[in-house]
Ligand binder design. Structure first.
Ligand code: SAH
Length: 219
């Protein structure tokens, strides 16, 4: 990309982010704290430079290694489902990718833990966090289906790759009163909210979604 083009993105990205947030509101996102944070984070840093101009479109985009960055709507939706003003605690994200969703979480939660199976994506995400001076994120290269027992329990868990059923290890690492949001299914997937209540686990099925599958082998 030429300097002129990248300068153009710098100048217009703020306005483009404003439009992205207006669109998210019209699509039903109501948590203003989440919207304000998404308005402030330069999403184009998290996609390949050749795709920078498309970073604010409401679609997933490739980030290399056969993976994608989640669409702005999905990031907003999953984040508002676990966000409550009183929640100042610990959140675990499974599937870091290039780190956009992690960065949004880092501005809302005190401590953010994130697990990714592809080492090169961990390196990419780490560079993005450094650039944005985000210091409350712990990255782990590993299989997220096993969670992160050494840092449990978590007030919230987000799984950003599809699983056929709720991984039992993750359920065990959810604090009492905690919330987990994850895509369940294979070819057909649905977003689920799992609440760990005193009376037991409550599962709520939400909208249809499309995520890359969770895979166990590390790269
Ligand atoms: N949260 C990211 C989503 C990236 S896509 C965003 O904001 O864009 C999902 C990611 O999950 C991919 O990077 C993929 O490599 C990762 N993933 C898949 N299986 C995994 C596993 N078992 N453990 C950890 N990460 C996994």
């Amino acid at each position: 990309m030429s300097n002129r083009e990248s300068a153009g993105i710098g100048m217009t990205s703020e306005r483009t982010r404003g439009r992205m947030v207006d669109r998210l509101r019209s699509e039903g996102i109501v948590d203003e704290a989440v919207l304000a944070i998404m308005e402030s984070i330069p999403r184009h840093l998290f996609v390949d430079e050749a795709l920078s101009t498309r970073a604010y479109e409401d679609s997933p985009l490739p980030i290399g290694f056969g993976q994608t960055i989640s669409s702005p709507y999905i990031v907003a939706r999953m984040t508002e489902l676990i966000h409550a003003p009183a929640r100042i605690g610990k959140v675990l994200e499974i599937g870091t990718g290039s780190g956009y969703h992690t960065a949004v979480l880092a501005r809302l939660w005190r401590e953010v833990y994130t697990v990714e199976r592809i080492a090169q994506l961990i390196a990419k995400a780490r560079g993005n966090f450094r650039r944005l001076r985000l210091r409350n994120i712990r990255l782990t290269h590993g299989d997220g289906a096993r969670g992160l027992p050494e840092a449990a329990p978590f007030d919230a868990i987000l799984v950003t790759a599809a699983v056929p059923r709720v991984p039992p290890e993750l359920l065990q690492q959810l604090a009492s009163g905690g919330r987990m949001v994850l895509p369940l299914g294979g070819a057909d997937q649905r977003l689920y909210l799992i609440e760990n209540t005193p009376g037991g686990t409550v599962e709520t099925g939400l909208e249809a979604v499309k995520f890359v599958p969770l895979r166990a082998n590390l790269e």
